[in-house]
Design a binder for this molecule. Structure first.
Ligand code: AMP
Length: 375
């Protein structure tokens, strides 16, 4: 494939913070960025050369958008399959539409992983209350019922402790196609952010340790505090996922580490990932620049991490008592503040993040927490 060179325009479907940080990386390397989403004055649009306001279902707008750029990528994987297909008729789409199709639907994703012989928690398809009872009797309780489609940040999920919870769980998933998965009593959660180039080259950013609350990522530590055997198993699985899917771009694999040291895949994200935000400040090549290099057919950059790092997400909840105290938070010199330019700070909404760099992850976490508390 002929490389797409600086000066070319890159199309980003979706307009959130991932697109914003991608656009910053792309503009730094002299590319132009066009973004399309149904919203205006968006995190990506504020940084892009061109912000197009259209529905993902408006296939004429998608075709026009894709015709004006050299390659289309996305920061939002829940775009409908025919949107990706419409873009693919006008420009290369990387990662390819079939990867979106697999990873935007929990059942398809889990079926793909199971067929590839990769480890995951037992699951069953559920399409009715009767199915739910049957699935629960097969995989056991506690379990979690999740919508098959369009779930993120713990939305559309219900934890089931006993049979009395079935009706409420079925209501949470809006009585639609769902997946019941066995509850994992994990020791910790980790992720691996990796990239695959157009030439098949592969890099990863090491193992990242993640702490979630209410289904939303709160803290990431890099490197994770796990034994080498766990890291190597996680890298092998991640590489298999990228190669089997034929990813050209960045993909994140989220894992549970069980109390007896086994890895189970929780889910895949075929794009830069929240847990990889530390790479913006701590790595030779950020996950966003890596995505750019991969989709443009350039050689991948070094993923080497220059310093241990801790990242804390800033959610809209932080604004309940008014504007956070940015001066106090920036008073800690090894902590970097990122804000996404979102206009409305709603509870649970990702508004920005803090990344602390220090001699070890414990110190980085202490410093990130100091800045966070000073907000
Ligand atoms: P998800 O949106 O599916 O990644 O879920 C968000 C978070 O909910 C995960 O990162 C876990 O902290 C928790 N979670 C999801 N599925 C399970 C499970 N099967 N067992 C235990 N915790 C889970």
């Amino acid at each position: 494939m002929k490389p797409i060179l600086p000066g070319s325009a890159i199309g980003v479907l979706g307009s959130g913070q991932l697109g914003r940080m991608f656009a910053i990386a792309a503009r730094r390397m002299g590319y132009r960025v066009h973004t399309l989403s149904p919203d205006q004055d968006t995190p990506t649009g504020q940084v892009a050369d061109l912000e197009i306001n259209a529905a993902y279902e408006d296939l004429d707008a998608i075709a026009k958008f894709a015709s004006a750029v050299s390659v289309v990528t996305f920061e939002f994987e829940n775009v409908p399959a025919n949107t990706a297909a419409a873009a693919e008729r006008c420009a290369p789409v990387r990662p390819a539409g079939h990867i979106l199709h697999t990873t935007q639907h929990r059942l398809r994703e889990k079926t793909f992983l199971a067929n590839a012989g990769l480890p995951l928690t037992p699951f069953r398809r559920v399409t009715s209350l009767d199915d739910l009872a049957k699935a629960a009797s097969e995989i056991g309780l506690p379990a979690i019922l999740k919508t098959a489609d369009f779930g993120y940040d713990g939305k559309g999920q219900h934890r089931i402790a006993g049979t009395a919870d079935f009706p409420a769980a079925w209501k949470t998933v809006a009585q639609s196609e769902s997946v019941l998965e066995a509850f994992v009593d994990f020791e910790r959660e980790i992720s691996v952010v990796a990239a695959r180039g157009a030439d098949g080259s592969f890099i990863h950013y090491g193992v990242i340790e993640n702490q979630h609350r209410d289904g939303i990522l709160r803290v990431s530590l890099a490197p994770a505090r796990v034994p080498n055997s766990v890291s190597h198993a996680a890298f092998d699985i991640t590489r298999t996922v990228l190669e089997t899917l034929g990813v050209v771009g960045v993909l994140c694999v989220e894992f549970f580490v069980t109390k007896d040291g086994r890895l189970l895949i929780n889910e895949l994200a075929p794009r830069p990932h929240n847990s990889g935000h530390f790479t913006f400040d701590a790595s030779v090549t950020s996950q966003f620049e890596q995505q750019l290099r991969a989709v443009c057919g350039l050689p991948l950059g070094s993923p080497a991490q220059l310093s241990p790092a801790a990242m804390i997400n800033l959610l809209g909840d932080q604004w309940t008592k008014g504007e956070p105290n940015w001066v106090a938070a920036t008073a800690i010199p090894n902590v970097k503040l990122h804000l996404y330019g979102k206009l409305a700070p709603r509870p649970g909404r990702k508004m920005g993040h803090l990344t602390a760099l220090a001699a070890n992850v414990e110190q980085a976490l202490t410093d990130a927490n100091l800045a966070f508390k000073a907000l």
